[in-house]
Design a binder for this molecule. Structure first.
Ligand SMILES: NC(=O)c1ccc[n+]([C@@H]2O[C@H](COP(=O)([O-])OP(=O)(O)OC[C@H]3O[C@@H](n4cnc5c(N)ncnc54)[C@H](O)[C@@H]3O)[C@@H](O)[C@H]2O)c1
Ligand SMILES: C[N+](C)(C)CCCC=O
Length: 469
């Protein structure tokens, strides 16, 4: 039922109504019909359609990026990167679609077996609000390449751009219903995860919701991919190239207003370089241009909601109470432009004097707050870095090549960045260890998470007369 009418708000993009059982059933039914057709097409035929969708996204890049800014609040320069990554994802998996193949296994007497890589059926994608269009592409591109259909539910905070993607897929020639978008929050998500017609759920979001998704999916043994939260360590050794380490620390903390799952928010700096590191990092953080995210020179836009802004500011207050020192930022920010008043802006924050037991060091803040801590030895910092239930990403800055690879090997995380941070091209698998989830997105390996292997055994001789000897 549509909610009762309310006065229009100038900031609203549109009204979306949550889908109930009837709409969810329809979406899954029509996706199933489309899947029956799509999965029988040759990989090369699917690739052609996906390449056309990639072409359309590329052509409309600036418009989609602008919509994503209004959708999410991130800066236009970042949104353009997200859209570029999105069409690249479609191109990459289109390339793989035509190469999907099984194995031939020779058996005695001329018999043989072969394997077929087959689609799963209707897959559900459930997205978070920080990378709305990109998440929809990271999930749908490998799903469609393998011959599946997808019903995608974006976060209700960023409902718009997944619909644009659905329109583009349709325009590119996918069968009707192959990529359906359903709107809504937890209730709609629950209907999707409990639905017996769904073969797989790929989820991006918080750890608590991920656990619920897994529980619901268990009832009908659906396959699950979980891309969850993090509290990743970034380790900066005294032999690093300092300029790069400082830039890396900013990349690790302040993209998309700090609302990034893999952010390296626990910054461990070797004691000898702490003063010079802090001086540089604070200087650069203070210089970040906050404001209208549609302007070319803005580097930090608005957080997702008032409630989330208050939560992030609450983490800063708590950090101060627990003994951390605010070196810069951590306050609500009001841009000068009158039209931006009431926006959910805050100044990016660097916290010093942090210890491993503080709330700001243990919990995912999902905002522009960097916690900095000193360390002395490699052994010590590895132990501290791994002392978390999360395991999404990690980073190390050093000029010592042996140390870099040794640290990468010993960090318990799905990704380790050496001498950079938050670089994730589509060719490279992305996903978590520990409670940051399982399964992977991007890279060739993701094909395994959107397909199943059938073995066909072929007898070329006679069947043994085993029971009549
Ligand atoms: N690992 C990754 O790739 C990745 C990427 C982006 C965000 N994240 C994580 O996402 C979190 C922030 O996103 P969020 O606030 O949207 O997360 P969230 O868990 O609140 O919501 C994520 C999605 O799940 C839906 N949902 C909520 N309850 C549900 C339920 N009971 N059943 C089914 N669906 C339900 C929401 O409507 C939304 O679409 C952070 O923890 C962040 O680290 C992870
Ligand atoms: C593209 N990044 C920056 C690696 C973010 C991936 C998605 C996590 O929130």
């Amino acid at each position: 039922c549509p909610p009762p009418p309310r006065p229009p708000c100038p900031l609203d993009l549109c009204d979306m109504f949550p889908c109930g059982k009837e709409e969810v059933d329809q979406a899954i039914q029509s996706a199933h019909t489309a899947y029956l057709k799509w999965s029988k097409m040759a990989g090369m035929e699917r690739a052609r359609v996906m390449l056309e969708a990639a072409r359309i996204i590329r052509e409309r890049r600036d418009n989609i990026a602008k919509l994503e800014v209004i959708n999410n609040g991130k800066s236009i320069t970042e949104a353009r990167v997200d859209i570029d990554v999105s069409w690249q994802t479609l191109e990459y998996y289109a390339g793989i679609a035509g190469t999907l193949a099984g194995e031939h296994i020779q058996l005695p007497g001329g018999s043989f077996a072969y394997t077929r890589r087959e689609a799963l059926g209707v897959c559900v994608g459930i997205g978070a609000w920080n990378y709305p269009f990109q998440i929809a592409c990271w999930k749908s591109a490998p799903a469609l390449a393998c011959g599946n259909a997808m019903v995608f539910k974006p976060s209700p905070f960023t409902a718009v751009t997944a619909v644009i993607l659905a329109e583009i897929y349709k325009e590119a020639g996918v069968p009707d219903g192959l990529f359906n978008v359903v709107q809504g929050g937890a209730e709609t998500g629950t209907l999707l995860c409990n639905h017996p017609g769904v073969a797989k759920v790929s989820f991006t979001g918080s750890v608590p919701t991920g656990k619920k998704i897994m529980e619901m999916s268990a009832k009908t043994v659906k396959q699950v991919t979980l891309e969850l939260g993090g509290k990743s360590p970034l380790i900066i050794f005294k032999d690093c190239e300092l300029e790069n380490a400082v830039r890396g620390a900013l990349m690790a903390n302040f993209l998309t207003q700090g609302e990034v799952c893999c952010n390296g928010t626990r910054v461990y700096v070797q004691r000898e370089i702490m003063p010079v590191f802090l001086e540089e990092v604070v200087k650069r953080t203070k210089a970040i241009r906050i404001g209208d995210p549609l302007l070319e020179n803005t580097r930090m836009g608005a957080l997702i909601t008032r409630q989330h802004l208050d939560k992030v500011l609450g983490f800063v207050s708590q950090a101060k109470k627990e003994g951390a020192m605010v070196l810069c930022g951590g306050e609500a920010f009001t841009p000068i432009e009158p039209k931006l008043k009431g926006g959910y802006y805050m100044s990016p924050c660097v916290l010093d004097n942090c210890t491993d037991d503080m709330t700001c060091v243990k919990e995912e803040i999902f905002g522009p707050v960097m916690s900095v801590m000193p360390f002395d030895t490699e052994e010590e910092v590895l132990k501290r870095a791994n002392n978390t239930t999360f395991g999404l990403a990690s980073g190390v800055f050093t000029r010592d090549i042996s140390r870099a690879h040794r640290v990468a090997e010993n960090l318990q995380a799905g990704t380790c960045f050496i001498n950079n941070y938050n670089i994730s091209p589509v060719e490279v698998p992305f996903g978590g260890y520990k409670q940051s989830g399982f399964g992977r997105e991007n890279g060739q390996v993701t094909i395994e998470y959107y397909s199943q292997l059938k073995t066909v055994v072929v007898e070329m001789g006679d069947v043994d007369d085993y029971f009549n000897c």
